[in-house]
Ligand binder design. Structure first.
Ligand SMILES: C[S@@+](CC[C@H](N)C(=O)[O-])C[C@H]1O[C@@H](n2cnc3c(N)ncnc32)[C@H](O)[C@@H]1O
Length: 328
């Protein structure tokens, strides 16, 4: 058996559900939920996360920039030595970029799904979302924060992606995560060959190649599974290294998952562990380790599809190559 080098782990925390956008595909659209994971909760969690080998942290939601304590939370994690990122729709980024940089944010991931304000704002049901996201990215870049754009792609917008790609490359975006839209109802494309043609162009781009596997699959088998069954490309090996390296916390109900896709599966709950029991936080519970081992070994066979970046992440680890910073 090959011994793999110890790798830094990634921790995702959904710190709230409330959101100021109404994305058509999202469970949290326009949510007014009042739950907040607090800076105090985070201060308790960070030492446990470090003990478990976590080096990268991502705040997600809901909309993390709506959280009143987001700045102290970035600072708490950064001061403890974690590389800190957050994923945002960017609406509040122009007014917060300065303070986020000062608090120690390393990477900002901004969600952009359309090539211009007209289409993006419609998908997100949020006025000025595109313009603010772009302004926020420019500011973040000028402040030395690494910038990634996350685009969710499907039949509704894949034809816009080449134009968006040029735009993002001109903007100087560092990474582009192009991931398939997931819905309980399978997305259908009127012309699969047209998707392949558009995809060829996107994945041959020299300045800003998407970070993961092709959203519609790399091999003929993957593409068939995607177009016929809606299963997005998954890891190519029979072992999922993302499951070993990632912990996703749904802070509101205290559950932990070994992959960011699992909470969204209909059987999600049965695939979770507790990370907070009776007020005590622990990321090294036997149940969580059991989940990690289970999904690392059996995930690839039962997986209903990865996001594109995590499928590639696991393949890079499996190949024994160096895993670049912020590969996930
Ligand atoms: C749930 S949002 C939370 C963070 C923030 N509000 C944002 O918009 O980036 C995180 C990411 O999930 C993506 N997302 C939401 N619903 C999705 C779906 N049905 N399929 C794939 N990605 C989805 C969003 O586009 C966004 O990039």
């Amino acid at each position: 058996m090959t011994t793999l080098p110890e790798r830094p782990r990634y921790l995702f925390i959904r710190i709230l559900e409330a959101c100021n956008a109404g994305c058509f595909m999202c469970d949290f659209a326009h949510s007014r939920d009042t739950y907040r994971f607090t800076n105090e909760d985070l201060s308790e969690l960070v030492p446990k996360a470090l003990e478990e080998g976590v080096r990268y942290l991502r705040f997600t939601g809901g909309e993390p920039l709506m959280h009143r304590e987001i700045l102290p939370m970035v600072r708490t994690a950064a001061e403890a030595g974690l590389q800190v990122s957050l994923i945002t729709n960017g609406m509040l980024l122009p007014r917060m970029a300065d303070a986020l940089a000062e608090a120690g944010l390393s990477l900002v991931v901004v969600s952009i799904d359309g090539m211009d304000a007209k289409s993006h704002d419609l998908f997100r049901d949020a006025r000025n979302c595109f313009d603010r996201a772009v302004e926020g990215l420019k500011l973040a870049k000028s402040l030395g924060i690494m910038c990634r754009v996350n685009s969710v792609v499907g039949p509704h917008n894949y034809r816009e992606m080449p134009e968006l790609q040029e735009f993002l490359a001109d903007l100087g975006v560092d990474q582009w995560d192009l991931s398939a839209l997931k819905l309980s109802q399978m997305p259908t494309y009127p012309d699969e060959d047209d998707v392949r043609r558009v995809g060829e162009r996107i994945y041959a781009h020299e300045r800003l190649r998407p970070m993961g596997k092709r959203w519609y699959g790399e091999t003929a088998e993957e593409q068939h599974r995607y177009f016929a069954q809606g299963v997005t490309p998954r890891v190519s090996q029979d072992r999922c290294f993302a499951a070993e390296d990632v912990v996703y916390l749904d802070a509101k109900d205290g559950s932990a998952f070994v992959c960011a896709c699992l909470p969204h599966r209909t059987d999600g709950g049965s695939n979770s562990a507790r990370f907070r029991t009776g007020g005590v936080v622990d990321l090294g519970t036997p149940r969580l380790r059991e989940m990690q081992q289970h999904f690392a070994a059996h995930g690839p066979a039962s997986c209903t599809g990865c996001n594109a970046a995590s499928a590639r992440y696991s393949d890079v680890v499996a190949a024994g190559s160096d895993v670049p910073a912020w590969a996930y």
